[in-house]
Write a protein that binds this ligand. Structure first.
Ligand code: ADP
Ligand code: F6P
Length: 319
């Protein structure tokens, strides 16, 4: 293998740059050239290719976002569009591709594999929702951003004796909400993986108030409902006002944590090793602290599962 390519796709995630850097540097270590594809699958189809050398990935390990840009490209589901992508890769002498993204990006990657082009996947999304790996690049940074924000909200909630609803991202997954709930000591967390009971939420608020608690933090994952919808339901049920904070895209930005940088470096390097070994259609992941790889379709054919033990613990500790 003499030349490979790398692209980032779907929602960007802090640590994607560290993964790109790892791909380029690991490949260079083995004498392989790397081409960066700008703007995800859209750039692949339009031929937005640029040579990446050791210097071009210098000074990016600490940066959020993605140096290669990302995009959502709905047309990439079409056969002819995918075929065009493969033609562009072959015309540039590229023999293998590393796709950094979430399960949607993996679907596109697998279509390329089925059409005969070698691809390996690296999980990059703040949602931590890629089946087969315990962690995805960006989750730890997003989680820390959310916890820091909730700590700040708690300061004002305490001062003014308010109840706050904090809406967090995660698409259909509750990992950000759940982990942030535990880490920030939230009173209630709503995640898509577990049914919620409005009476229980209200009972928790009342229990807290009865023992002198003047404020409370409720975290709602966007996959359950919006913060404003929840505030309306609580108002209808109790007549009480809650303040709503929607954290939004700040969760996707910022300098990656050390944890995300290390994970991204391990993942990017392992992806290059897989291509060098002639492997394709594999996804990189981490399980029990070990970097592993597995068949990429497992990542989109299986459903993501939240850690139920964490949910139980969160409920016990926020009694
Ligand atoms: P993520 O990779 O973070 O899950 P998306 O679901 O938005 O993000 O997917 C990213 C991109 O992957 C899409 O914009 C599209 O180009 C491609 N993609 C998603 N689903 C498919 C699919 N079923 N077939 C081919 N390509 C897909
Ligand atoms: O997948 C990452 C993510 O930030 C999700 O948490 C969220 O649902 C979605 O992307 C938002 O996407 P957009 O930036 O296109 O609104």
């Amino acid at each position: 293998m003499k030349k490979i390519a790398v692209l980032t796709s779907g929602g960007d995630a802090p640590g994607m740059n560290a993964a790109i850097r790892a791909v380029v540097r690991k490949a260079a270590f083995h004498g392989i050239d790397v081409v960066g594809i700008k703007h995800g699958y859209e750039g692949l189809v339009k031929g937005y290719l640029e040579e990446l050398d050791l210097g071009s990935v210098g000074g990016i390990i600490q940066r959020g976002g993605t140096h290669l840009n990302s995009a959502r490209c709905p047309e990439f589901k079409e056969d002819a569009v995918q075929q065009q992508g493969i033609e562009n890769l072959r015309a540039a002498g590229i023999e293998g591709l590393v796709v950094i993204g979430g399960d949607g990006s993996y679907r596109g990657a697998m279509d390329l594999v089925k059409k005969g082009f070698p691809v390996v996947g690296v999980p990059g999304t703040i949602d931590n929702d890629v089946p087969g790996t315990e962690y995805t690049i960006g989750f730890d940074t997003a989680l820390n951003t959310v916890v820091e924000s909730i700590d700040k909200i708690r300061d004002t909630a305490t001062s003014h004796e308010n109840s706050f609803i904090v809406e967090v991202m995660g698409r259909d997954a509750g990992d950000i909400a759940l982990w942030a709930g535990l880490a920030a000591g939230a009173e209630t967390v709503l995640i898509p993986e577990e049914d919620y009971d409005l009476d229980d939420i209200v009972a928790r608020l009342d229990r807290g108030a009865a023992r002198g608690k003047k404020h409370s933090i409720i975290i709602v994952a966007e996959g359950v409902m919006s913060g404003n919808e929840l505030a309306k339901l609580i108002k209808e049920k109790t007549g009480k006002e809650t303040r709503v904070s929607v954290l939004g895209h700040i969760q996707r930005g910022g300098s990656p944590t050390a944890r995300d940088r290390v994970l991204a470096s391990q993942f990017g390097a392992h992806a290059v090793e897989l291509l060098m070994e002639g492997k394709s259609g594999r996804a990189v992941g981490i399980r029990n602290h070990q970097v592993i790889d597995y068949d990429m379709p497992e990542a989109f054919e299986k459903n993501h599962e939240a850690d139920v033990s964490l949910y139980t613990l969160m409920k016990e500790l926020s009694i």
